[in-house]
Write a protein that binds this ligand. Structure first.
Ligand SMILES: [Zn+2]
Length: 407
């Protein structure tokens, strides 16, 4: 008994005479489909529609992160009705450890468990195993790790992480990958990348078997790795092409490398990844970086920054950052951002938010997160509009000329 909320239909505004596409591809095996709506002739930035079993998502899209099946500080009503979020990310590692995938399956899947009507993407847990787990042992079969909660030993294999994500009922699942630290040697990165490709092949085979017997549809994206070596990134992307999956992710970014290097790694995969499939850059980025990734052909992104920074008092605005604890805001009657239409900006002053922050009030986290997530969604709307109206190169120039610490 899944509660399927109505999905708003989307109007396409593609100016006449401009290059526009409608290349929806669907077959019986397709779990999700991607429709290219417009493409920037100069940069290759794309606007599209991602069709999932839980609704259609306008791309490029930013996906708020709901680590523990919740975006900290926001209710599902805030997200769906107030902010218009159409897809959330949840973390397989955390939900596998607590409350456990079998419990979530028993409760009717993640959508029903957390009362979320729209699409859900789950990562494979690989990134958290490598970043959070104290003890881990990688071999060709998978990864053995200790829970950061109670020290229990667990194993993730390419097949088991598919099963865990299918128990959640995720619309988009990710393959288990190895996310190397930064920096590593070319040789380590090469071996690790080959393991990630083998795991992706195993996961894909397993997923196809599961889908053959499943009444519901769930996509599986493999992940391009290769550390910070463009040749390995390209080799990995080429190897994953053979799987012909519904989309492709680019992982191993935001692991401490300089930002220019992250961009270069995305750039290295661009000519290889298929144009008619969605591309997801995992774990990025700062507001000013979002259009940069889109300019490199990225359609989907996620990041904890808007919610985490909100809780830490760091607010993103169209005019630059606001660090709310600063004394200059103590009697500032203006909203966080005069150009923002979010509930927080319509109703509350910087002075009040500063007071809540300094008093450690719960309401602060909720109001601040609502604003920061809205800021990210607004940026994605601006980007999409710029692509569709063929003004993306100008938009990008404008973003690049903003002061580097503006956001
Ligand atoms: Zn706002």
């Amino acid at each position: 008994m899944r509660k399927d909320w109505p999905v708003k239909s989307h109007t396409r505004h593609v100016p006449q005479g401009h290059r526009a596409h409608s290349t929806r591809l669907q077959s019986d095996l397709t779990q999700i489909s991607f429709e290219l709506v417009a493409e920037c002739p100069d940069t290759g930035a794309r606007a599209g529609l991602l069709h999932t079993p839980h609704g259609t998502i306008e791309t490029p899209v930013f996906m708020p992160v709901g680590t523990q099946a919740t975006v900290k500080g926001l209710s599902q009503r805030d997200l769906a009705e107030d902010l218009g979020v159409k897809i959330l990310l949840a973390n397989t590692y955390h939900l596998f450890l607590r409350p456990g995938h079998e419990l979530i399956r028993k409760m009717g899947g993640l959508h029903r468990f957390m009362s979320w009507p729209h699409a859900i993407l789950t990562d494979s847990g690989g990134f958290q195993v490598f970043s959070l787990s104290g003890l881990r042992k990688i071999n060709d079969e998978g990864v053995i790790f200790r829970s950061h909660l109670n020290g229990d030993l667990h194993t993730f294999t390419p097949e088991s992480t598919v099963d865990v994500q299918l128990a959640f009922g995720s619309d988009i699942c990710m393959v288990l990958d190895e996310c190397p630290e930064y920096p590593v040697t070319h040789e380590y990165a090469r071996q690790s990348m080959h393991r990630t490709v083998r795991w992706a092949q195993q996961a894909d085979r397993h997923h196809r078997l599961r889908m053959a017997e499943s009444a519901t549809r769930h996509a599986l994206f493999p992940i391009v790795q290769g550390s910070m070596f463009p040749d390995l990134r390209a080799e990995c992307a080429r190897a994953l092409l053979d799987l012909d999956t519904d989309g492709y992710a680019i992982g191993g970014l935001s692991v401490g490398e300089p930002r220019a290097l992250s961009m270069e790694m995305v750039e290295a995969t661009r000519p290889i990844l298929p144009r008619h499939k969605p591309r997801y850059a995992m774990g990025v980025g700062m507001p000013l970086e979002l259009p940069e990734y889109v300019a490199r052909g990225v359609d989907m992104m996620d990041c904890v920054l808007p919610s985490r920074n909100a809780r830490n008092g760091y607010l993103f605005t169209s005019q630059g950052r606001v660090i709310i604890k600063h004394a200059r805001y103590k009697d500032d009657e203006r909203p966080i951002d005069e150009n923002c239409q979010c509930y927080t900006c319509r109703r509350y002053s910087r002075a009040y938010l500063r007071h809540l922050f300094l008093s450690g009030e719960i309401l602060y986290a909720s109001l601040a997160t609502r604003h920061n997530v809205r800021r990210y969604l607004d940026i994605m709307c601006e980007i999409r509009h710029a692509i569709i109206s063929f003004s993306f190169p100008e938009y990008l120039r404008c973003v690049r000329s903003a002061p580097s610490d503006a956001e």
